[in-house]
Structures are given as structure tokens and as C-alpha cells.
Design a binder for this molecule. Structure first.
Ligand code: 5GP
Ligand code: ZN
Length: 136
């Protein structure tokens, strides 16, 4: 994709803090990190979203996210890491070249994911029935 910023980075047309690459996968530091060691794991081939990414590539991305995530965890002595995928604009995806965020977590970093939603709690049974009646 000619206009895609991540494709340009992968091709070396734009700079990045590259951490790892192989034939299929490219890993770099996020330019606007939430915590130290925040990386992005990308497929070299352009797929817009998680849901349209080839399954074999997704498997490779997952393994690399795990392996590089653990290495950075050990180097930076973090307490763990989150793997986050923003699938679609409404889900917070800004760059339409699919990627995993691997976010190292540190004691007292103040990040709180998934805020509880009391309204949704009341609707679980109804939503469950809707899903289970239509899933197959
Ligand atoms: P999204 O919201 O699409 O899941 O996340 C996009 C991420 O890409 C953001 O965290 C943003 O900081 C990062 N980003 C945007 N432009 C660049 C760039 O040119 N280089 C790098 N390394 N990261 C970028
Ligand atoms: Zn791209």
C-alpha cells in the first residue's frame, strides 16, 4: 500500500526503532509509547485489520509478540505485559495496517484497562441469548 506509513517503515523509506524482523514480521518501538518498551508487531504484508489478516501470519505475529515481549520484559524488568489489538476505527485503530501493541507494565504505572460497566452487567443474560442463538 503506497500511502501506508507502516508499509513505508517496513520498506525502509521511513525511519523506525526496529527491534526485530524476519520474512513475515516487523517489530518496532511505538513512536508514542504508553510505557517504556512499548512495541508494535506488524505483518510485512499489508492487511488492514486483525479480522482480515491471514491466519498463518496472525499465528506468527502472536509467537513473535510473546517471544519479543518476554525478552523486553526481562531487559526492562517489567512485571508483565498486555497485548492489545485495536480492530477497526471505532475500536481505536488509527493506522490501518494491522498490528499488535505489546505494552510492558510496571508497578504504579497507573494504567487501567477495561473499566467495568455496571449497565452492561445487567444485560449479560440477554446478550448471551442473542449470541448463542445466532452464532452458528
Ligand atoms: P492504533 O491506534 O492504530 O492501534 O495504534 C497506532 C500506533 O502507532 C500508535 O500507538 C502510534 O503511537 C503509533 N505510530 C503512529 N505513527 C507511527 C510511526 O510513524 N512510527 C511508529 N513507530 N509508531 C507510530
Ligand atoms: Zn501497510
Amino acid at each position: 500500500m503506497e500511502q501506508c506509513i507502516f508499509c513505508k517503515i517496513i520498506k525502509g523509506e521511513m525511519p523506525s526503532y526496529k527491534i526485530y524482523e524476519d520474512n513475515d514480521i516487523f517489530v518496532m518501538l511505538d513512536i508514542n509509547p504508553v510505557t517504556p518498551g512499548h512495541i508494535l508487531v506488524l505483518p510485512k504484508k499489508h492487511f488492514e485489520m486483525f479480522e482480515t489478516t491471514d491466519n498463518e501470519i496472525l499465528s506468527k505475529m502472536t509467537i513473535i509478540a510473546k517471544e519479543v515481549g518476554i525478552k523486553i520484559k526481562n531487559i526492562l524488568k517489567s512485571g508483565g505485559f498486555n497485548i492489545n489489538i485495536n480492530n477497526g476505527k471505532l475500536a481505536g485503530q488509527e493506522i490501518m495496517h494491522t498490528h499488535f501493541h505489546v505494552l510492558q507494565r510496571f508497578d504504579g504505572d497507573g494504567i487501567k484497562l477495561w473499566p467495568a460497566n455496571e449497565n452492561e452487567k445487567q444485560k449479560v443474560e440477554k446478550i448471551y441469548q442473542t449470541i448463542i442463538n445466532n452464532i452458528n
